[in-house]
Design a protein around this ligand. Sequence first.
Ligand code: PA5
Length: 425
Amino acid sequence: MISLDFSNLTKIKAAHGLTTKALQATPAQIGRHLKKISNRKQGFYTVIDDAAKVKKINAFADSVAGKYTDIVILGIGGSALGAICLKQSLKHLFENELKDLSPAPRLHILDNIDPALISDFEDLVDSTKTLFIVITKSGTTPETLAQYSYYSHKIYQKKLYPRDHFVFITELKNNPLRQIAREENITCFSIPENVGGRFSVMTAVGLLPAKLIGIDIEKLLLGAREMRDRFLSTDITLNLPYQLALAQYQLAKKGKKINVLMPYSQKLIRFADWYRQLLAESIGKQGIGITPVNALGVTDQHSQSQLYNEGPNDKLLMFINVENLGPCMPIPTMIKKPANFFPEGLTFNRLMHTEMEGTITALTKNNRPNITINVPEVDEFFLGQLLMLFMGATAFLGEFFKINAYNQPGVELSKVITKELLQKY
Ligand code: PA5
């Protein structure tokens, strides 16, 4: 089970930390916030019960098994970051490079329209053996539609059938993508109206590509459901999302308005990207906000920890400690002197954990607020828990700050202005 360790908040100077009392809440308090969340009628914590959706995804995956060497996601923001996180966390770290060894197709996520990316990508895949998953909830995002337009021309030029090379994921409402799907007879998966892009990783948006590359989506959903039940509990000891949000909120009120998420796990580097969007877009509005920053242990000890130790004390550091980092890899004693540079029997796993402990202890000595999220291992079940932990915490944060965590008027405004500019062009 995932656990949260807030003990360092009580060890530092009161001005920067929190007492155990500040992290408490009564069932009535939690219940009030849950009621507010429920009134917003969001689906991110109920969509995980949709067995029919999983059945449809599994049936589609069976029908295309062995047909494609490559799968390409065309999408951006919440339509891309969940799949990027799932792939990085749950597949071999060099999955795509291992093409000949892995039976699963390679998954690529094109979440930009930089022509350098699009043209270089041409050298990588053979579109006759590729399935393009076009993901856009609104069905109107220009970046995604531009990519779709580009690749649909390629498919036509090669005299291939679009329905054999495209699958769409979009909302149920009529939109340009739905229209194309109807005209071209392209398979379409839907994103429920009440699940926003950055909360959609447990819909077809995340689950379809995950399934196609061999991720156990049932186990992912199982973990998510376990954490969802905690999220809906009025018992503070069970409700980890509430605990996390409360610490973030209380510390933000004390001026810690930057949250650094630092997993000590290469597999979770993209989880931090996924969370960066979730926190930034959900909470950053009406002059309110917590600025998310990503860091990776141990790598960024050598790029950022100086700032975190001695720079402005305006951050909450959130570490993710993965207990089982994978194969136990001993570090051999050095062939040349000094042979005893490392203690005998030291493993990479132990070195990683020791360095994390050193980093956290130094920060605590410097009165820097920090918490640790302990994760037994990075598998489907615990990743499902982790994703739901942070989505649930974000939902509570929205209520604590009294803002709607589910819209993004700032993003919409820039979309409207870009559209106007394009019309002039
Ligand atoms: O979280 C969000 O709502 C956004 O980041 C969207 O995912 C992003 O703007 C892409 O939108 P769409 O899925 O409609 O193409």
